[in-house]
Write a protein that binds this ligand. Structure first.
Ligand code: PMP
Length: 384
């Protein structure tokens, strides 16, 4: 049987989302910029989509900017903010375990006159608020810390970071992609100024995302053109994609609690079985402050790639780290930031559960893992 347990890398689009999108490919071709009736319909739908996404995160509808996905939202939020506010300061703070897109944006800004501090995390992947506060200078304009980590699932103290930023008059951006659909998001409660969301992470189509931009926060566009999305994200709106993201949010609003409960049950069964059946298997990430759908283990004496390939032969799809950089041989920067040795980071495996995961899939990995780990350890010169 095939078991797909890599929801962090890519999620299937919910069939109800596909159904909602279909008319917008042919029957409803309107462009919101057109002044005729078909264009008016598109304008109304676009407006509703702004409202729906805003409702999902406790924002206002004109604080929502549609983009082509989380990478673009991170670019627009961070580069757009930095460029627009550089007269106020040129220092930005991120953490060592941000998504690769944030690290590369930081490198880009460093080449353009900015200074970026990377705060370390503890052994569980959590940032320490005092360490963040210690890096703030009078030049600091923006702090960007992911809501939860996409690899190890550790949830950050977002409300505390938001409070600190608001007190200091520093803007707070959070990439909430890993958390959306798993944790109730509230930009007001958490004092968030800019937030990145993606459609696929809530079972919508890829190629659509959102940047939440709090009223009063000024950014420069990074894509310049016809002035769509209040001039902050030009280009004809991706109407099927936007409708898909709207539908994905509506579905989530109707059943997130139920879904999360099921994920936790699966996660705890899986974690319990791995700990019971496999010696020298250690949980990566925070034992409590972690995403309900994430199971991340390292197995002493084993290469994650061999593990992944052996499980692939058994029809089980899992990940060894971040899908965004898994084709490189470099160990995950997140696992290294936890203080793991290269061989420990390489010996790690990530299982992520999602909406369509069933018990059979959970059992197929529980059944396959002890045998595969045992066989690889017998072959490993690293395992005693
Ligand atoms: N941020 C996080 C936390 C992610 O996990 C990802 C990848 N899913 C991205 C940003 C980039 O998303 P996309 O490739 O859809 O732009």
């Amino acid at each position: 049987m095939n078991a797909y347990l890599d929801y962090q890398s890519s999620k299937p689009v919910d069939p109800r989302v596909i159904e909602a999108m279909l008319p917008y490919f042919h029957d409803k071709p309107g462009n919101p910029s057109s002044l005729h009736a078909v264009g008016d319909d598109a304008t109304a739908v676009l407006e509703e989509a702004h409202e729906t996404i805003a409702g999902f995160i406790n924002a206002e509808k004109d604080e929502i900017i549609f983009t082509s996905g989380a990478t673009e939202s991170n670019n627009l939020g961070i580069i757009g903010f930095a460029m627009r506010n550089r007269n106020k300061g040129n220092h930005i703070i991120i953490s060592e375990i941000e998504h690769i897109s944030i690290h590369n944006i930081a490198k880009h800004l460093e080449k353009n006159g900015f200074f970026v501090s990377k705060v370390p995390v503890d052994q569980y992947g959590r940032v320490n608020i005092k360490k963040i506060a210690g890096r703030i200078t009078e030049k600091t304009i923006l702090i960007s810390i992911g809501y939860a980590n996409n690899e190890i699932g550790t949830i950050q103290p977002v409300a505390e970071i938001g409070k600190l930023c608001r007190e200091k008059g520093i803007a707070f951006h959070t990439d909430a992609v890993a958390a959306e659909g798993l944790i109730p998001l509230d930009v007001k409660r958490d004092n968030i100024d800019l937030m990145t969301l993606s459609s696929n992470d809530i079972y919508g189509p890829k190629g659509v995302g959102v940047l939440y931009l709090r009223k009063g926060i000024r950014i420069s566009p990074v894509i310049i053109g016809g002035g769509q999305e209040k001039g902050l994200r030009s280009g004809s709106e991706n109407m099927p994609g936007i409708v898909g993201m709207k539908k994905a949010v509506e579905i989530m609003q109707g059943g997130m609690e139920e879904e999360v409960k099921r994920f936790k049950e699966f996660r705890d069964i899986l974690t319990g079985n791995i700990s019971k059946d496999i010696p020298k298997a250690y949980l990566n990430g925070h034992p409590k402050e972690r995403l309900p759908n994430n199971v991340h283990f390292r197995f002493e004496g084993i290469e994650g790639e061999s593990l992944l390939l052996s499980l692939k032969d058994k029809g089980v799809s899992i990940s060894t780290g971040s899908a965004c950089s898994s084709k490189t041989l470099e160990p995950s920067h997140t696992l290294i930031a936890l203080g793991l040795l290269h061989e420990e980071a390489h010996g790690s495996l990530e299982v992520t559960i999602g909406r369509f995961t069933d018990e059979e899939e959970i059992h197929s990995i529980i059944n396959a893992l002890p045998e595969v780990v045992g066989r690889l350890r017998n072959l490993s010169p690293l395992y005693e």
